[in-house]
Write a protein that binds this ligand. Structure first.
Ligand SMILES: Cc1cc2nc3c(=O)[nH]c(=O)nc-3n(C[C@H](O)[C@H](O)[C@H](O)COP(=O)(O)OP(=O)(O)OC[C@H]3O[C@@H](n4cnc5c(N)ncnc54)[C@H](O)[C@@H]3O)c2cc1C
Length: 464
């Protein structure tokens, strides 16, 4: 007899495990199925271990610039194995934390590869055997994996995906990063700060292409100043792998192809959803360009089958997956949540400097026909930024000129990934320029620039 649950969650990333906990909180009997490690990509191979690595490269950067702060630091060096070990231990700690949360919430964890065999039925392959489970509701949260180059599959030796790039056994001497989304830029920043000679190649005309154009332009200038070579509007044509490295041929925007040697390549050209062999075709679950199609409550076209997170499409972010999970489970448990929407999901890049944004870019606001007011405040006008030795960056805000609605906020500079949440909350509460201008910001803080940017949109900035 199959074990029976109210809800089975397939996949334990930030979408799946959060959904499982919410289900348990609402009184459902929940099981979660995981083929690898609790916590999914985010905790084990994504958000968290990269931030541990980036913390190391940030500290290393400060150590190599100790003189700027009146400090002396001689013989600065690093132990790559220990850097990787620290990052893995951070992941391990969080993985153990999720295990603890499952236990605390009385969620049954089933290890193995799960396949939906029929409506309400799921079979989990474990070694040579299988375990059969049944539930009224099955939630697919199987996430995604790195997209490979069609002509040069990642081999873990010279050509890396993010998984290889996170556990390097050697420091690349000359690194080619293909793709300049958040993942590509974060790895470029890490390896550049650790001393590698780094080149980023981007097919589109600018790096971090989803960000505001001014942010992309600032980052291109700043990363170039910090030593990263950036080639935009360029396509990788060919990679030949040898024993000592790779030869990469890149076609530039002028149409000319050049071939150069690199020690390693990181392929960061996007993701592929994990939808294969989990029974979707047999049940007739609709997918769109590989991603499972869902409504605002994570419902697929097949009753009793739901999907959330990376497997359902962009933005491919942990907090998007978690929020979708909560909305989905509250609805299936009989609640009345607001449907999931993407208008107020912040996006962050944890490079040095950091990038953070929410809402419409200036260009998108104009495209949408909005009459806008734009405020921009530079880090150089902020006392705390100067005291920190981080006076490079800006905060840009975009308002609807008629209603005062904060349409978007775009930041680049130190700690902006922490600051952005202020604007996210403001937007969630439907705040207008007036309340933001009336708000008192503590001094001295970087957050004062958020105030100044708003004031600036209305010609009232004090320190610029
Ligand atoms: C290098 C990198 C850095 C990132 N940094 C950030 C960041 O800073 N902030 C951010 O918000 N996002 C970041 N992301 C993206 C983030 O990791 C994902 O958006 C998030 O993990 C998606 O969560 P999920 O629950 O949808 O799926 P996942 O985290 O992918 O989890 C899916 C889980 O399902 C399991 N699974 C799949 N198929 C089966 C099956 N058939 N049976 C059993 N188990 C199965 C997988 O093993 C996996 O554990 C980063 C990603 C990468 C790669």
């Amino acid at each position: 007899m199959a074990d029976t649950y109210d809800l089975i969650v397939l996949g334990s990333g930030p979408g799946g495990y959060v959904a499982a906990i919410r289900g348990a909180q609402l009184g459902l009997k929940v099981a979660i199925v995981e083929r690898e490690r609790l916590g999914g990509i985010c905790l084990n191979w994504g958000c968290i271990p990269t931030k541990a690595l980036l913390r190391t490269s940030e500290i290393y950067h400060y150590m190599t610039h100790a003189g700027d702060y009146g400090l002396k630091a001689d013989n600065i060096g690093f132990d790559l194995a220990k850097i990787v070990d620290r990052s893995r231990k951070v992941s391990g700690q969080l993985n153990a934390g999720v295990k603890g949360l499952m236990k605390k919430n009385k969620i049954t964890v089933v290890e193995g590869f799960g396949t939906i065999t029929a409506k309400g039925k799921l079979s989990v392959k474990q070694g040579n055997g299988t375990v059969d489970l049944e539930a009224k509701h099955i939630l697919v949260a199987t996430g995604a994996r790195a997209r490979d180059l069609p002509f040069a599959k990642a081999d873990g030796k010279r050509i890396w995906t993010y998984r290889h790039a996170m556990v390097p056994e050697v420091m690349p001497t000359k690194l080619l990063v293909i793709g300049s989304g958040a993942i590509g830029v974060e790895f470029a920043s890490f390896y550049n700060d650790m001393g590698a000679d780094v080149t980023i190649v981007e097919m589109l005309p600018r790096i971090l292409p989803v960000e505001d154009e001014e942010v992309s332009a600032f980052m291109e200038k700043r990363l170039t100043k910090d030593g990263i070579k950036i080639v935009t509007g360029a396509a990788l044509e060919k990679i030949d792998t040898g024993a000592d490295g790779v030869k990469a041929t890149i076609k530039g925007k002028d149409g000319k192809s050049t071939t150069e040697d690199y020690s390693h390549v990181i392929v960061a050209i996007g993701i592929v959803p994990n939808t294969e062999e989990i029974g979707l075709e047999k049940l007739g679950v609709t997918t769109e360009r590989g991603h499972i199609k869902v409504d605002g409550f994570g419902r697929t076209n097949v009753e009793g089958i739901y999907a959330i997170g990376d497997v359902t499409g962009a933005p491919w972010l942990a907090h998007k997956a978690s929020h979708e999970g909560i909305v989905c489970v509250e609805k299936l448990a009989g609640g009345n949540p607001h449907p999931f929407e993407t208008w107020n999901i912040p996006g962050c890049t944890y490079s040095r400097p950091q990038v953070a944004s929410v809402g419409l870019t200036e260009a998108k606001a104009k495209e949408a026909g909005r009459d806008i007011k734009v405020g921009k405040f530079p880090f150089i006008g902020n006392g705390k930024a100067i005291a920190l030795g981080e006076a490079d960056g800006f905060i840009k805000t975009v308002f609807d000129a008629k209603t005062g609605e904060l349409l978007g906020a775009h930041m680049v500079g130190a700690e902006v990934t922490e600051l952005i949440q202020g604007y996210v909350v403001a937007r969630q509460l439907e705040t207008t320029e007036h309340e933001l201008m009336e708000t008192v910001f503590a001094h001295p803080t970087l957050s004062e620039m958020m105030h100044e940017s708003v004031l600036g949109a209305y010609g009232r900035a004090i320190h610029f």
